[in-house]
Structure formats: C-alpha cells, structure tokens
Design a protein around this ligand. Sequence first.
Ligand code: TYM
Length: 332
Amino acid sequence: RQRLLSGMQPSADSLHLGNYLGALVNWVRMQDEYEAIYFVPDMHAITVDYDPAELATRTRVTAAQYIAGGIDVDKCTLFVQSHVPEHAELAWVLNCITGFGEASRMTQFKDKTQKHGSDVASVGLFAYPVLMAADILLYRPNGVPVGEDQRQHLELARNLAQRFNYRFGETFVVPEPVIQKEGAKIYDLQLPTAKMSKSAESPAGLINILDNPKQAAKKIKSAVTDAGTEIRFDRETKPGISNLLTIYASLSGKSVEQLVAEYEGRMYGHLKVDLAELVVETLTPIQQRAHGLLDDPAELDRLLARGAEKARGIAAATLADVYDKVGFLRPG
Ligand code: TYM
C-alpha cells in the first residue's frame, strides 16, 4: 500500500473551515485506501509568538478534531510531533543541505516577515519549511495531502529529498503533493480575496470547526457577496459567491457546475440559507464527538502515546540510515 502523511498546526483553539475542507476531509477519504500517518505539528506552533500555557491543550484539541472529523486511530497512525524526537534530529541534517537563499524564497516566510519585520521573525520561523520537510521525509510517504498554500513547502521537501539522495545515496522517497480541486483554497468570508486563516482581520471572516453552530450560520449569512444577482462561479468578478460555491461543493460532494445549475434564477440569499444549514449539519456532530473525546484527556493521551510509538518505529529506522549516510560515528 502507498503511504500518506500530513499534519495541521495546533496554533488556535480550533481548526477552521479551510483546514477542514482543504485537508481533513481528504485525509478521511484516503485513510481506507492508503497507509495514512497524521500528526499534530506542535513544534511548528512555537515558531511564532504563542502562549505556552495553551499549547498542550491546543495540541489535544487539534488531535480530538482529527478524530471527530473522521480519522480512525485503528486505521491510521496519529501522533504528536514533539513526541518523536527524530523530527528535530532530521531537520538539523536537512538544514545543512538547504541553501540560505533557497529558504529565503519561501513566500509564507516572506509574507510574515513583511508584516511583522525581520527582527520579530525567529530563526525557527525561517527554518520552518525544513522541519516540515523532515516531518515528511522521515516516513518516506508517496503522497502528502495539503491545501494549495503548502505547495511551495512541499516542493522544498521534494528538492531536499532529491539533493540528499544524489549526494549521500538513495535514502528518501520523493513525495507527491496531493491537492484536491474542490476545497484546495477556502477564502475569508469577509475578504474573499484572502485565504481563510486563523489570523483573519475580522472574526466574521473565519468559521471555526468548534464555533457555536448558530454563530457559524450567521457568518455564512453575512458573508460578503458581489455586485449583481446571478449565482455563477467567477473568481475574478464574483470572489464572494465563488467562495460560497466552493464551500458548498466541498461540503455536499456536489460539483460547482451542479450547484450553479440548481440555483439558476434564484438569489444569493437562497444559497446562503441552504449553505448555512449544511454548515450547521456538518459541524454539530463533529463538535459533539470532539467534546466527548476532550472529556477524557487521559484516554486521548494514551491514544497519542500509542501513535507516537508506532511512528517512532518508522522514524528511528530512517534516521539511523541518514546518520550512517552522512558519516556520523555511531555509538558502539
Ligand atoms: P496549516 O496548519 O497552516 O494548515 C493545515 C492544512 O490546512 C490547509 N489550509 C487550507 N486549505 C484550504 N483553504 C484554506 N484557507 C486553508 N488554510 C489552511 C493547509 O494547506 C494544510 O494542508 N506547514 C503546515 C503543517 C505541517 C505539515 C507538515 C503539513 C507541518 N509539517 C508535514 C504536511 C506535512 C501548516 O502550517 O499547515
């Protein structure tokens, strides 16, 4: 069986609809067909300003949302990044084959430093994509299911795998990005030209998976729409309606074309009311399951410990191979 790997940062109190539709629904869909490895990249979450008192809880809440969203821990391996020290160890080796200029060209880093200034940005933030490459390459996956915004990071992971293999001998599998068409990029509901993100300018632009369902419905109903009245997909002139159509399509499993045909001659308001209802129907059971899991954190921690043990079995073997190849003296 082919292997998949992916992760989502525990950097907020909840995942958002972009994480859910851009990543989690695909993870769930693929867990039957592939040997899937999913993890919570908590080490990535400390690359920016954060509250240490909240991180452990956010890590649990993130893992709970994976499971509540449909990840089956009996089919997949589910773990927390910092429980498997090989991630940091491989990242160091990969740092040493990454060009400074190459890392400087990562657009997410450039965007963040432009916004906050390069003195605020940590070296950890700079090296973040290299840690992500280590996360991936340690497990030699064939595919990495992510949203469109992670494409460049994945390209770096591919380049580093090829470079390492060339320089030190065949070691890593060069992974393919797995980016779905529908849902690959969900936009902010109030600013539908910017991607939906936890750092949204207005909370009304962002739907969190753990939002009160009534509030989530309200956010859909008050989403910014475009001039005109026709319901049609056009990212350029109708970014608001196009975003709602994308969300609707991903949640319902229908295609955008099908929805456009269904809503012909109807108004924006009709689409919003139906979509709001669908959002509530989707979020409610996920929230119930997530809260159920969080009621027993000890049990959740046990599941994660079991996952980390499975993950280490794979990661330790790859790292030993890497340490041999780069020429480290192995302990006798
Ligand atoms: P993160 O935590 O920002 O996002 C998690 C996943 O959600 C997707 N995503 C979106 N998809 C569609 N529309 C959006 N508005 C949207 N926002 C986020 C992301 O593409 C991603 O798939 N660096 C990664 C985490 C990571 C990782 C890894 C991923 C660390 N190591 C190894 C894969 C493999 C990140 O910050 O994603």
